[in-house]
Design a protein around this ligand. Structure first.
Ligand SMILES: Cc1cc2nc3c(=O)[nH]c(=O)nc-3n(C[C@H](O)[C@H](O)[C@H](O)COP(=O)(O)OP(=O)(O)OC[C@H]3O[C@@H](n4cnc5c(N)ncnc54)[C@H](O)[C@@H]3O)c2cc1C
Length: 518
């Protein structure tokens, strides 16, 4: 008899509690909580484990455009987030020398504003939403291993300050971020495609010199290869300022945070006018660890959601949106198929394929934006085609209302090129050289989206070598199992309550049973 449908029944053996649920999720921020909500709403027993105690910060800025805010609404977190009193930003502006763009965001599900909520304030409310839906979210639980049976993920082993525990489930979701232990455990750590980021991030909060009169808009300032964001945050009157600078500048930000901050403001008079003289500034945080990648994200009984499976340049402001959206879609797909392993695995693969299709344009756009170069005459001319109207165009790229390729389409590129070539004082040869350099990127990004197959490893011109995701947390446990002397013992049916021996390294119950049988 297979009792995997039963509600959680904790057992204690040799000091190790083993319980059984439908789904175990590792990581309780964007992707993990978004996956938990539909599962719990569908009546599935779902446990979410996080090694953190919330509220807790994480290395991230936190722009959500309307398309992302609607995900907060769907998971039931938006009401409490709005109660924090954030600014609702309805516009996106760009200022680059004499070029100015101001667009109103296209609404999604009636939401016509973006938010920028500090992660410590936001994520604790995501946890609350998951709990309200019925998920069992447990903090300070550090997952160390995936448990396997016959090549299928069937649970995780985790540690708390009370000791070691094991949960068995029909599905293991790794929503544990870029340094995902689950990715290492399922042997998906090394991305099958990736790109180095030429930019780093340096950011801090400040009391906006304009106070509560600050415009409710996300502002982009570009000058001399630096791109800065001014983002009304939470509560209203508090603002996040982000420098997306050349990655090489991050060392200077670390060595002399205040001096480097001031130097960046001095590089851009418009930005200095906007936020110079700010008070109550937090310390500067910075990172140059921003390689973009895709990891294999589904397999028998497991899936990687959010950053665990895919990451792209944060300049696109889409990481949380994708973690929330594809977390939710993963939860919905699993809720419908969880009792049939074959149907579940097929649904996981279809989910991964849909995620890739939806995100690939933004990945390539992010790769191209991660070159920290001054705005060229060609790019400036293309951007000018957006100016003079509040109609959403540039903002649609962030909002994912349309694919990047359909917004910056061949007609717009041709108009931009004509404009660049007829601008007085422009070096026409340099413009044509740039067209020649950009063409392979245009073609390969479009081909990849339209023609390349699932998990294509064919390199594209937008991808830069030299990327790194660091070392895996530790060797996958299944490799350790393969090297172990202990013979694998197979059981035809996995009965979670009476616990058939599945003979896979990592299962504490198996170890105990084999001791008893000896
Ligand atoms: C500098 C920077 C700026 C960014 N700016 C933006 C932005 O403006 N807008 C945007 O949309 N996105 C932005 N992003 C991307 C965004 O932060 C991520 O896409 C998003 O946080 C992904 O959410 P997640 O749930 O997948 O993972 P995470 O937010 O990384 O959460 C993973 C969770 O897993 C837990 N965990 C990890 N290992 C274990 C374990 N072994 N056991 C138990 N728990 C574990 C962690 O404690 C953590 O709580 C930025 C990223 C960076 C680095």
């Amino acid at each position: 008899m297979n009792n995997l449908n039963s509600p959680a029944v904790p057992k204690v053996n040799s000091g190790v509690a083993v319980e059984t649920v439908d789904v175990v999720i590792v990581g309780a921020r964007c992707a993990g909580t978004a996956a938990a909500v539909p599962l719990a709403r569908a009546g599935r027993a779902v446990v979410v484990l996080d090694k953190t105690r919330f509220p807790a910060d994480t290395m991230s800025t936190h722009v959500l455009v309307p398309n992302g805010v609607q995900e907060l609404q769907q998971m039931g977190a938006l009401r409490n987030i709005l109660a924090l009193g954030p600014t609702k930003s309805k516009y996106l502006t760009l200022k680059d020398g004499d070029l100015e763009i101001r667009e109103r965001f296209k609404p999604f599900a009636g939401i016509d504003y973006g938010l920028c909520i500090p992660r410590d304030q936001q994520d604790v409310l995501l946890v609350e939403a998951a709990r309200d839906a019925g998920a069992d979210v447990r903090e300070r639980c550090s997952v160390e291993q995936v448990v396997w049976r016959d090549g299928r993920a069937v649970g995780v082993r985790y540690r708390t300050k009370e000791g070691e525990f094991e949960i068995h489930a029909k599905l293991v979701i790794g929503a544990d971020g870029r340094k995902s232990r689950v990715a290492a455990e399922v042997d998906a750590w090394t991305p099958y495609r990736a790109s180095k980021n030429g930019r780093g991030f340096a950011f801090r909060y400040l009391d906006d010199p304009m106070g509560e009169d600050a415009p409710s808009e996300f502002q982009i300032y570009r000058a001399n290869g630096n791109q800065a964001l001014v983002l009304p945050s939470c509560p209203a009157g508090r603002t996040l300022v982000v420098h997306m600078c050349p990655a090489e500048d991050i060392a200077a930000h670390r060595a002399d945070p205040e001096g480097s901050w001031q130097a960046k403001l001095d590089q851009d008079p418009a930005l200095r006018r906007r936020v110079g003289g700010a008070t109550n500034m937090s310390k500067v945080r910075s990172t140059d660890d921003l390689s973009a990648y895709y990891r294999k994200s589904s397999g028998p009984g497991w899936a990687l959601a959010g950053d665990a499976g895919h990451f792209k340049d944060p300049v696109t402001g889409n990481g949380m949106r994708d973690a929330l959206k594809f977390g939710r879609l993963l939860g919905e797909a699993a809720a419908a198929t969880i009792d049939d392993p074959d149907a579940l695995d097929a649904a996981l693969r279809a989910w991964e394929r849909a995620r890739d299709k939806d995100t690939i344009s933004t990945y390539h756009w992010g790769n191209r934006e991660s070159r920290p170069e001054p705005t060229s005459p060609l790019v400036r001319a293309v951007l000018r085609t957006f100016a003079g109207s509040e109609e959403p165009n540039l903002s649609d790229t962030f909002n994912r209302a349309r694919s990047v390729e359909s917004i910056i389409n061949p007609t717009r590129l041709a108009r931009g090129l004509a404009r660049a070539l007829t601008t007085s004082g422009v070096d026409r040869r340099a413009v044509l050289r740039e067209v020649w350099g950009e063409l392979p990127m245009e073609i390969s990004a479009r081909r990849h989206r339209l023609l390349d197959g699932f998990r294509s490893t064919r390199p594209t011109a937008t991808e830069r070598s030299g990327w790194s995701v660091g070392s895996a947390p530790r060797p996958p446990s299944w490799r350790a199992a393969a090297n172990a002397d202990a013979p694998a013992v197979k059981q035809p049916e996995f009965d979670a309550l009476s616990h058939g021996m599945h003979g896979v390294s990592g299962c504490v119950e198996c170890r105990r049973l084999s001791e008893l049988q000896l």
